[in-house]
Design a protein. Structure first.
Lengths: 246, 218
């Protein structure tokens, strides 16, 4: 608004009102930030996120880590590899769809090849023949697809049970869910068991990584946050993010 | 020509050739070190370290003292660890006393070595591929990208190196990227939190306490 349009018309009044509301929001956000332990511009919801993080950590310690440890001890590594390969192959469906949506030709071709080779020659995905043949997996999801086309990640967000995310990635979770073949498994019990098995299998692959995190971090929360945000940016740019890092 | 003169001549020739060889050797070695390209350095160093780990059972088992020797002898000469620590500590580094600076470097190094020591038993048949280097010949700071291949998906491992001033000093690593995450950057806000709460000495104390718990568990 410039100085000449000073007489308040209906639109201007609306604009003034909007600006007041905006100012109030900014003040509220700033107040929220001041209450948080530190004000990281990427993490305006830090105090909320920290409490969800604590909750998730509690669930992990009480349920998930013991389950994953037991799983690792109970099943021989050959079986676990087969299970991991099977879920990985299912995941390649959505990896392929998103590499197409991102117009990444090589990644699309490789994900497509993987899916075919492993499903047909790898006994429905139990064997990962494609990786051994040098066809690499390109992990892509819908949040990355949006990132590829310029949608910023928005603030950091820790989701209950699902863990580190961002506003952009969390808002497209229903779409990622629709791209997950397990969603279409008939029968609630079968679907539920497969989903639990996948979670436990995934967690069992990160037992060492989480031990390393326990050792290496002074503050697990901000270590996880800073690593997650960097890694997502790296994934969106397929390993070539714009200059960052000192 | 009398015999003594002849002998003198021979001596002079021998002396000259020793000097010449010495000069050539002395001249070549620093020139060679300065000439090693950063990607060649990363390739040589990571292969060397990987082979050392593979060959040594106690390193693979996480023997911190032996790992520390490996780090100090092979890795640290090629790392500007002061720059890594300074960058993780942030603006407060400029206010640190020399004593605080050396304590910070020592504790940070111990933290990194102790944390990663437990992961070394994963080393089996991995090899390192250096991806094509895309820097100019006059660059003072470069990014070298590598991939560690073994079983499963390849692991992205990138390095930032700086050219140290002076001839023969070569390149030094000042940041490492594992799977898309820069090591130094990931410590920056954690360090800032400690410093804003309890100052530089608080950060040193927190690092030392963490190192103590990590050390007692193994």
């Amino acid at each position: 608004m410039n100085a000449r349009s000073f007489i308040p018309g209906p639109t201007t009044r609306l604009a003034i009102h909007a600006r007041r509301v905006g100012a109030a929001l900014v003040v509220a956000l700033l107040a929220g930030c001041a209450a948080a332990p530190s004000n990281n511009p990427k993490d305006p919801f830090e105090s909320f996120n920290r409490s969800v993080f604590r909750f998730n950590d509690g669930v992990d310690t009480a349920v998930l880590r013991p389950a994953a440890t037991a799983y690792r001890q109970a099943l021989p590594s050959l079986v676990r590899t087969g299970i991991g390969n099977f879920f990985g192959n299912l995941g390649d469906v959505w990896n392929f769809a998103n590499s197409v949506l991102q117009l990444r030709l090589q990644a699309s071709a490789e994900n497509f090849m993987r899916l075919n080779v492993n499903t047909i020659f790898g006994l429905g995905g139990l064997l990962d023949i494609a990786t051994e043949a040098g066809i690499e997996r390109h992990n892509e999801d819908f949040g990355q697809t949006l990132g590829r086309w310029g949608v910023p990640s928005g603030p950091y967000l820790v989701l209950p049970l699902l863990g580190p995310s961002t506003v952009r990635d969390a808002s497209v979770l229903p779409i990622d869910r629709a791209g997950d073949p397990l969603t279409y498994v008939d029968g609630g019990l079968a679907r539920g068991s497969l989903m639990v098995l996948r979670v436990v299998d995934t967690r069992s692959n990160f037992l060492r990584a989480s031990q390393l995190l326990d050792d290496a971090a002074l503050d697990k929360y901000s270590f996880t946050r800073d690593a997650h945000l960097q890694r997502r940016a790296n994934d969106v740019y397929d390993g070539n993010p714009p200059e960052n890092g000192e | 020509m009398n015999p003594s003169l002849h002998r003198r001549g021979f001596h002079r020739l021998a002396l000259a050739s020793v000097l010449l060889v010495g000069a050539v050797v002395a001249g070549i070695r620093p020139a060679h070190a300065a000439d090693e390209a950063p990607d060649a350095l990363v390739k040589r160093l990571s292969t060397d370290v990987l082979e050392t780990i593979k060959a040594d059972k106690s390193i693979k088992a996480g023997d911190v003292q032996k790992i520390m020797v490996l780090v100090d002898s092979k890795i640290m000469p090629n790392v500007n660890f002061q720059r890594m620590t300074a960058s993780a500590v942030g603006p407060a580094w400029r206010q640190a006393t020399p004593e605080q600076k050396s304590r910070l470097q020592e504790e940070f190094k111990t933290l990194l070595v102790r944390s990663y020591a437990g992961a070394l038993d994963q080393v089996s048949d991995q090899s390192v591929t250096v991806r094509p280097f895309r820097g100019g010949p006059d660059d003072k700071e470069v990014l070298i990208r590598t991939e560690v291949r073994g079983q499963g998906d390849p692991v992205q491992l990138d390095y930032r190196l700086e050219k140290t001033p002076g001839d023969g000093a070569g390149w030094k690593v000042y940041n490492i990227n594992v799977l898309g995450v820069w090591l130094v950057d990931t410590y920056r806000s954690q360090f800032a939190e400690e410093i804003s709460g309890k100052g530089l000495d608080g950060l040193i104390a927190a690092l030392a306490a963490r190192n103590k718990t990590n050390g007692s568990r193994r």
